[in-house]
Ligand binder design. Structure first.
Ligand SMILES: *Cc1c(COP(=O)(O)O)cnc(C)c1O
Length: 401
């Protein structure tokens, strides 16, 4: 019998998932992190915090999202029945709003008046700017210059929402560099400012806290698939940038050994260091942005540049809980390359009338590879983490439009 409510597994007292995770931060940030940890522990047990969070997820963000049986796609591939978890239908167009609402409410509870965030694709920045407006908080978002150029509509959205967008011109001008700037701001303004981390990354308690805010994806999917098919799914698929939409879908299925799980990273142009963001295929353990996990680094331990056609997957580290799940063998990690993701997006658009984000298209690419080999009674769930409107410029420059 499937268990209805698997217990919450917390990382240990030092914020470790097995050997991964922890808290590698300068002394100047220790107080802020401890304050956050305590506030979160209290909030999590406070029914009024939980009910406010649930209220906003429902009335503001639009949860629950449907679990949609992609009949034409399943038929076209001739194998497994494919179900899409439609996070793309949420307000702001991706799963990121779940976490931003949770952390925004927490910031208010802590008496903070200002949010800062980093953003790659711009999706997290837009979700943060949205929540800042909703809750009446000031907001500044750091974004690499390269990402600002390739995601300009999201820059305009943030500005329209009243957020200050600050370009970062150091390093490779992408997400990693924006996080460095954000951390610097936090050290300076910690009194009134909450750092709203966009994924299951960073020092404890962020990886656990962000997972808890995203768990709703898997809780709903579990209920919905049991209702639709009367059984648990055979396999779950999700793309893995920092790892929040994937852990959000996977977490409540972890105790169900019969449910396989596949995380799909960005294979980029090739598996040469610098050309991809496949941390498990091409990385090794190390510390980045406050946590010990799998990272892409040179033989000398310098953080490597990364590449992906999707800005949201373009980051050299993966959440520490994923590193632990990889070590345990509970989740299988693979990658899809740029071309496969672009192709998968077109297939979904034409088969189902849904234009997926290029991030989500990495997960779809893996489903497209595997579904034909699976029997027609097999059930796959793929997390459609976001919608593709933001990526039209990329489709265009790839020569597809
Ligand atoms: C940001 C983003 C991702 C990657 O982030 P995770 O934390 O790995 O979920 C995936 N899909 C979309 C649509 C995104 O915006």
């Amino acid at each position: 019998m499937p268990k209805e409510q698997p217990a919450v597994t917390a990382p240990d007292a030092r914020g470790r998932f097995g050997e991964f995770g922890g808290r590698y931060v300068p002394e100047t940030l220790m107080h802020a992190i401890e304050e956050l940890e305590q506030a979160y522990e209290e909030a999590r047990q406070d029914p009024s915090f939980q009910s406010e969070f649930q209220y906003l997820l429902h009335y503001f963000a639009g949860r629950p999202t449907p679990l949609y049986h992609a009949r034409r796609l399943s038929e076209h591939l001739g194998g497994a029945q494919i179900y899409l978890k439609r996070e793309d239908l949420l307000h702001t167009g991706a799963h990121k709003i779940n976490n931003c609402l949770g952390q925004g409410l927490l910031a208010v509870r802590m008496g903070k008046t200002r949010l800062i965030a980093e953003t790659g694709a711009g999706q997290h920045g837009v979700a943060t700017a949205t929540v800042a407006a909703l809750l009446g908080l000031q907001c500044r978002v750091y974004m690499g210059d390269e990402d600002m150029a390739r995601q300009s509509p999201n820059v305009f959205r943030m500005r329209l929402l009243g957020t200050e967008v600050v370009g970062v011109s150091s390093g490779a001008k992408t997400l990693k560099d924006a996080i460095n700037e954000g951390m610097r701001d936090w050290v300076t303004n910690v009194e009134n400012t909450h750092y709203l981390m966009g994924s299951v990354l960073g020092p404890h308690p962020y990886p656990m806290m962000v997972r808890e805010f995203q768990r709703v994806i898997g809780q709903e999917a579990r209920r919905q698939i049991l209702e639709a098919t009367g059984k648990l799914p055979d396999c779950l698929f999700a793309c893995v940038g920092g790892g929040s939409n994937s852990i959000g879908l996977f977490y409540d299925f972890i105790p169900d050994q019969e449910v396989k799980m596949v995380g799909v990273e960005a294979g980029g142009r090739s598996l040469h260091l610098g050309d991809h963001a496949a941390r498990f295929a091409g990385g090794s353990p190390g510390v980045l942005h406050g946590t010990y996990t799998y990272i892409l680094q040179t033989a000398d331990g310098l953080i490597s540049n990364t590449h992906s056609v999707s800005a949201g997957l373009d980051y050299p580290a993966v959440g520490p809980e994923h590193a632990a799940l990889y070590r345990q063998g509970r989740v299988e990690y693979t990658y899809a390359n740029d071309e496969e993701a672009l192709e998968a997006a077109q297939i979904l658009a034409r088969m189902e009338g849904i234009i997926p984000a290029l991030e989500s298209s990495h997960a779809l690419a893996e489903v497209i590879k595997r579904a034909p080999q699976a029997g027609r009674k097999k059930v796959f769930i793929v997390n459609l983490s976001g919608r593709g409107d933001k990526d039209l410029g990329i489709f265009q420059s790839a020569g597809i439009l």
